[in-house]
Design a binder for this molecule. Structure first.
Ligand code: PLP
Length: 289
């Protein structure tokens, strides 16, 4: 019997993870030719489901994968995975690859059937707006050496993997990245925000960053319900180094406060008041998306 945490979805069927098999000629395996999403769910309540599926559809359109699944189909898959794997704190992973070809050739045939895989995995409990219990992050910075299409949530993640691994080997939690002009882009698996003089600032959307759902929800929440000034603009790394607060955002982390950058304290080296305010607004409103 499969244990309760490993019923997965593969190409239309719910099966045990141990029975889920794909072809070695799958272009996801050979080329990283696919798109993915991760949606958080807390006690069966999904966060940002519509925006996540919209981003996945944008990614599929960008790389020319045609798939006949709409938001309601994805929601059904998500709900079935939640039912079959137990409620609790889950990340729902959705993965669409271009599918299996008969040969390894860079160009893809027209009539290829996409491979659709989804599974649920345990994630930490939702972050609380509590300075005394929140995980405090340490990060290092390095030049962003990934490709120039970072707005696509591609399964080709080797560039991100290498940057993340670099951080792990340096004993920090994440690696934040800057371009050849010394401007902040994002982190290997998160978006980045700084706070200076109570202004919340994050880089603008372009090809250098993923349009993070947490980023977009947080900006919307701060603008609608907050009193803080919010800016989307280019940020030089000198500003990052001089910031009062530094945050990472992602679906599995909410807003994660960074207290150390390249071995130096961020601001006064402790979790900031603006983080507390932003995280509490985020907690109060995140299920509305
Ligand atoms: N940037 C990168 C490179 C990521 O991989 C992720 C999440 O996986 C994010 C940003 C944050 O995106 P989201 O808030 O949609 O999880």
């Amino acid at each position: 019997m499969p244990d309760k945490n490993n019923i997965v979805f593969l190409d239309g069927q719910f099966i045990a993870m141990s029975e889920a098999k794909i072809s070695p000629m799958d272009r996801g395996f050979l080329f990283g030719d696919g798109i993915y999403e991760v949606v958080p769910s807390y006690d069966a309540k999904l966060v940002g489901f519509g925006p996540h599926i919209e981003r996945m559809q944008n990614g599929l359109n960008a790389i020319g994968i045609k798939l006949d699944l709409g938001v309601d189909d994805w929601r059904d898959i998500a709900q079935t995975l939640i039912e079959k794997n137990g409620k609790g704190n889950l990340g729902l992973y959705f993965h669409v690859s271009r599918g299996a070809d008969v040969k390894r050739f860079h160009a893809y045939p027209d009539n290829i059937q996409p491979t659709v895989f989804a599974y649920a995995f345990e994630i930490p409990a939702a972050t609380k707006a509590d300075k005394s219990t929140v995980k405090q992050y340490k990060v290092a910075s390095t030049q962003d050496l990934r490709w120039k299409r970072c707005q696509i949530k591609s399964t080709s993640l080797l560039g991100n993997v290498m940057h993340f691994q670099q951080g792990q080997e340096a004993g920090v939690h994440e690696t934040i990245l800057y371009n050849e002009h010394n401007e902040l882009t994002e982190a290997s698996a998160c978006n980045v925000f700084i706070v200076k003089d109570e202004v919340v600032i994050t880089p603008p959307l372009d090809n250098q960053i993923l349009p993070g759902i947490t980023r977009n929800m947080l900006l919307d929440i701060l603008r609608k319900y907050g009193t803080l000034q919010v800016e989307e603009r280019v940020i030089n790394m000198n500003e990052v180094n001089a910031a009062d607060e530094l945050w990472l955002t992602s679906s599995s982390k909410d807003i994660a406060p960074v207290v150390e950058l390249d071995g130096q304290p961020v601001g006064n080296g402790s979790v900031g008041d603006i983080w507390q305010l932003a995280q509490s607004l985020y907690c109060a409103n995140k299920y509305n998306y």
